[in-house]
Design a binder for this molecule. Structure first.
Ligand SMILES: Cc1cc2nc3c(=O)[nH]c(=O)nc-3n(C[C@H](O)[C@H](O)[C@H](O)COP(=O)(O)OP(=O)(O)OC[C@H]3O[C@@H](n4cnc5c(N)ncnc54)[C@H](O)[C@@H]3O)c2cc1C
Length: 380
């Protein structure tokens, strides 16, 4: 059976999150967007802690109040509507938690998941990308050698969302360079572990409210009990974690696209040129009609991927399709929005300009559009 209607509980939560996005997240994000990059703004931690957002992704046994993945996509869309950067901070935490839920031991879950329920707000991060490797996640220059009961990590990851702010990181490193993917391990590394330093925060065009920086590992000793799963299972865990995360970045893009389309439509109805609102011209209204259609299609792709996650069936292809299509729709919506807003979009740091910068960055984060196409093609 295919059902598209939401339950009354889902609609209530959606409305609550929409109010949060409009009243708290959007004003906050515009302020942070104009600032020099720096550590996590206290405001966002207060929102995460105050609204207990991390409880949505943590099982009840560890103190959470978990949502199914479809409902989590609704929450993520609303946060993305308010600010894609803030939603990316949340999605990075979802990622790190997913890795622990997928492969972690009961002790690891018990130790690390409750850290995210700190009432003052807490985040986690996933350290995968290396400067040289980029999209290639099959081998890592970051190493983790076993010495007694400790793995010693050396290397660098960049960029990492929430770097310098996270309660813990999921770090992927190579413990046996001769074995390629089979040598990759995943570790849970507490944020205050000795030997970890953080680079300057990236001064990026988009997602400026998402603190992102390099993490450097210099003889970082991590107890072997923090290894996720058996030795050599890191690559599989990485693929599974990315599969889970992509659809949620798709949900962020749906939120961003919706916000851009709403703003563009509102302006097109108000702006009078040649004695009529510009939306009366098909050159404008057809663009908005196409975008509204693409927006719904993107959301349905996100919902499908999330539903497959909830059913615990294969969702690799569907999750990539959701991220690919939604990020391209978000970019189109913001670009067309710039055109419809005309000179208003170029005045200072306008909201539409922020949407466009955020959307462009979202085409890269979590695997570029080309990489999503490679994943989809490999599944055909
Ligand atoms: C704001 C931001 C936050 C990020 N946060 C994190 C994080 O928290 N954790 C983390 O681990 N990583 C993070 N990343 C890294 C991100 O996942 C990578 O940037 C992304 O995977 C692409 O890697 P790259 O930028 O090195 O591009 P490259 O791999 O160098 O690719 C350059 C270009 O070539 C294309 N390309 C590469 N290979 C192929 C191919 N085979 N066929 C066709 N085209 C190809 C790419 O699509 C891209 O267009 C973040 C990135 C950004 C921008």
């Amino acid at each position: 059976m295919i059902a598209f209607e939401l339950t009354p509980e889902q609609i209530d939560l959606q409305n609550k999150m929409h109010t949060l996005a409009r009243e708290k997240i959007q004003p906050y994000s515009l302020r942070v967007d104009g600032k020099q990059p720096g550590p996590m703004d206290e405001g966002i931690l207060k929102i995460i802690g105050g609204e207990n957002l991390n409880a949505f992704i943590i099982p009840r046994a560890f103190g959470g109040n978990p949502l199914d993945r479809v409902t989590l996509s609704l929450v993520t869309e609303e946060i993305g509507f308010g600010c894609a950067g803030v939603a990316s901070i949340y999605a990075a935490t979802v990622h790190a938690v997913s890795a622990i839920l997928l492969g972690g031991s009961p002790e690891q879950k018990d130790t690390f998941l409750p850290l995210l329920l700190n009432p003052g707000g807490s985040v986690a991060g996933c350290a995968i990308t290396e400067e040289k490797g980029g999209s290639d996640t099959t081998s890592f220059a970051t190493t983790a050698r076993l010495e007694g009961d400790y793995y010693i990590i050396n290397g660098a990851k960049s960029p990492v969302i929430n770097a310098g702010n996270a309660a813990f990181y999921i770090v992927f490193a190579n413990s046996d360079t001769g074995r390629g993917r089979a040598g990759v391990n995943a570790f849970i590394v507490a944020g205050d572990t000795k030997g970890m330093t953080f680079g300057p925060f990236y001064d990026k065009p988009g997602l400026r409210s998402t603190p992102s920086a390099a993490i450097f590992f210099n003889e970082v000793a991590v107890h072997r009990s923090n290894l996720i799963g058996p030795p050599g299972s890191g690559y599989l865990l990485l693929m599974q974690t990315l599969d889970l995360g992509r659809a949620f970045f798709g949900a962020i893009c749906v939120g961003l696209a919706r916000a851009a389309i709403e703003e563009a439509t509102c302006y097109a109805k108000q702006r009078i040129i040649l004695e009529r609102p510009i939306i009366k011209n098909q050159g404008i209204s057809f663009i908005l009609a196409e975008l509204a259609t693409e927006l719904d299609a993107a959301r349905l792709l996100v919902w499908r991927a999330c539903r497959l996650m909830d059913l615990n069936t294969d969702y690799t292809r569907e999750s990539s399709m959701a991220k690919l299509f939604a990020s391209e729709v978000a970019f189109r919506a913001a670009s067309e929005g710039m055109l419809i807003w005309g000179q208003k979009s170029c005045t200072g740091r306008s909201l539409m300009d922020k949407y466009q910068r955020d959307a462009q960055t979202l085409r890269i984060v979590e695997g570029t559009s080309q990489i999503q196409k490679m994943i989809i093609a490999s599944q055909l």
